[in-house]
Design a binder for this molecule. Structure first.
Ligand code: KIV
Length: 606
């Protein structure tokens, strides 16, 4: 066996060995989970336990096109609880009323859902280092059992000079005052992030961190905001801060690694080796620009190599929920997972070459370091079920369960079964990917406001492409419209627009064939945004103070490419409509408030 001695990290001299993974290393992620230490904001009473802080709903939602509805955020939060994440960063409450409400709802429901072991995730709201933001974030999370506010302020020369236009003294004072203010509001758990920490001067950072710890910070997060650091550097940086910041022993250090150089997972693990005991990450690694550390990669690296290479590190994550969570986040955010993505990509467990297949047949250990089952996937051939037109509801439900969809309500399974039967009439064998596309089309959908009933197109090289659509509206009435366009999809979208009557811009449109063959299912993904007089209702302020136009994604799947496209478009509209109605409602309420304030003033004057 090839074994080579290497030293990783600076603070803890691990005499690590790189070995072929043995059977003993291939422990299931669940087996390495163990008990979860009691949640105490500023310390963890097990030196090997690493908190997983999920920021899919905050940093992840920052990805272009990834707007999530409040209902979707809640469902993702429920899934994060199944995974067992320690902290959910539920959003940036100051961004908009909608974001505030979503964080508050998650804090109230998910943050109080205590299981039999006493576990309930801490619910965190992000805040700039300003009193109104901090009050808003605290208001949003305060009803959780473990509420947390995460305050950030940049400390690098480049950010202080060009973005904040503040001196070091001003930054130091503002950071301290913000943390103290948050504690004075009654918040027991305050995380502080010196934004762009990895490009900050260490001596200044020691001073800022010492003072925010004195002011009451419980977690110190070290963001590699631009994804600049290399793993050995980042691990050494965390270790250096832990050694040199006065009061460091009384707080939990945390990593937050952006992926601009593709190093976010490696950096997070190096940070843990440097002594960080909270790792911030997102499902599928979604996030600003090139994204964030991917939760599934970080967690599986610790599950598989924590014992032998990371000094015994472990997390509280139940990895069997990884695959369904990844699928849910990808469907809701409209951000597909690349096929070769580690852990959750479609090819992560596919063995194409003859040599690999031969090895796999002799022993799975030859080319697999973890089993698909350990992340919530099952092999079709392992079960021996091939689904086709004679398969019944039970066989379908079993396969869905094996694919990670164990908790689908029976009416959802019925809907999928109906679609499955239609497809099986046209296609001999139904592959797992077909089923996943149907789940996406039937389950991971927004509440149906408009529903496609029928569609017919006339197209070709003679004459104008024309589409006739029949929709069921929110009032329960069927309406029919005809549209003409440059092609059949354009014609169908025009017909839908003439019924829904909400101005939108189509930002992106893409179609993929799920499996090969002429009878394959086509999945369509579209991204739209409010247009015309509604354009401004779609904007929100992100945590960097930028005005962002919200975009909404939708997916559809069908054997007919135009029907698939129409379903995707309606799905995106159904995601957008509640959002703009809520905005319009808030605007009307604001005008009404202003009017009653005017009346009140007038009364006083009189
Ligand atoms: O990337 C970053 O610096 C952040 C902070 C707000 C933690 O997202």
């Amino acid at each position: 066996m090839l074994c080579q001695a290497v030293h990783l990290g600076q603070s803890r001299p691990f005499a690590a060995r790189v070995c072929q993974p043995s059977r003993a290393v291939r422990v299931s992620a669940r087996a390495s989970r163990g008990t979860r230490p009691e949640y105490i904001p500023n310390r963890i009473d097990d030196p090997n336990y690493v908190r997983i802080f999920d920021t899919t709903l905050r940093d992840g939602e920052q990805s272009p096109g990834a707007t999530l509805t409040s209902k979707e955020k809640m469902e993702i939060a429920r899934q994060l609880v199944k995974l067992g994440v320690d902290v959910i960063e539920a959003g940036f409450p100051m961004a908009s009323q909608d974001d505030f409400e979503a964080v508050r709802a998650i804090a109230m429901e998910i943050g109080n859902n205590v299981d039999s072991t006493g576990y309930a995730p801490a619910i965190c709201g992000l805040s700039r280092s300003r009193e109104p933001d901090i009050e808003r974030a605290w208001e949003a999370v305060r009803h959780a059992r473990h509420p947390r506010v995460h305050i950030f302020l940049a400390t690098s020369p480049i950010h202080m000079e060009h973005k904040l236009r503040m001196s070091r003294d001003q930054v130091l004072r503002q950071a301290v005052e913000s943390v103290a203010f948050c504690r004075a509001l009654g918040c027991p758990d305050v995380e502080f992030s010196p934004e762009d920490a990895t490009r900050s001067e260490p001596a200044f950072l020691y001073e800022v961190l010492r003072e925010v710890i004195r002011a009451g910070a419980t977690t110190i997060n070290i963001p590699d905001t631009t994804g600049w650091a290399l793993p050995h550097e980042y691990g050494a940086f965390i270790a250096d801060l832990r050694r040199n910041v006065e009061g460091a022993e009384g707080v939990v250090f945390s990593t937050h690694c952006q992926n601009d150089l593709g190093l976010s997972t490696a950096n997070s693990l190096a940070g843990a080796q440097g002594g960080a005991r909270q790792l911030e990450c997102t499902i599928n690694g979604i996030g600003e620009r090139a994204g964030n550390a991917s939760l599934e990669e970080v967690v599986m690296a610790i599950a598989l190599r924590g014992a032998d290479q990371l000094g015994g590190l472990r997390t509280g994550i139940d990895a069997v929920h990884l695959a369904p969570t990844s699928k849910m986040v990808s469907d809701y955010s409209g951000m597909p997972v690349q096929p070769h993505k580690a852990i959750v990509g479609a090819n992560a467990f596919a063995h194409e070459s003859g040599i690999h297949q031969d090895g796999m047949l002799k022993s799975r250990d030859t080319y697999e370091i973890m089993t698909p089952e350990s992340i919530g996937l099952a092999r079709a051939q392992g079960v021996g079920l091939v689904l086709g037109k004679h398969s019944g509801r039970h066989a379908l439900a079993t396969r869905l369960k094996e694919l990670g969809f164990a908790d689908l309500p029976s009416e959802r399974v019925n809907d999928i079964f109906r679609r499955f039967k239609d497809l099986a009439d046209k296609k001999k064998n139904i592959a797992d990917d077909d089923l996943l596309a149907l789940v996406q089309d039937e389950v991971h959908q927004p509440t149906a406001i408009w529903q496609l009933q029928d569609l017919q197109v006339v197209c070709g090289s003679m004459g104008l492409p024309t589409a006739t659509v029949k929709l069921l509206g929110p009032d329960g009435i069927h309406r029919v419209a005809v549209g003409m366009g440059t092609g059949p999809v354009d014609a169908a979208y025009k017909a839908i627009d003439s019924l829904v009557r909400i101005p939108v811009d189509l930002v992106d449109y893409g179609m993929t064939s799920v499996t090969g063959g002429i009878e394959a299912l086509a999945t369509t993904r579209v991204i739209i945004r409010p247009a015309g007089e509604l354009a401004s209702t779609g904007t929100k302020q992100d945590y960097k103070g930028r005005q962002q136009q919200r975009t909404f994604s939708g997916q559809g799947a069908h054997e007919d490419v135009v029907v698939s496209s129409a379903r995707a478009y309606i799905s995106a509209l159904n995601r957008m409509i509640p959002y703009i109605s809520a905005q319009a409602h808030a605007a009307t309420a604001a005008v009404d408030n202003a009017r009653s304030a005017e009346t009140a003033t007038a009364t006083v004057v009189v």
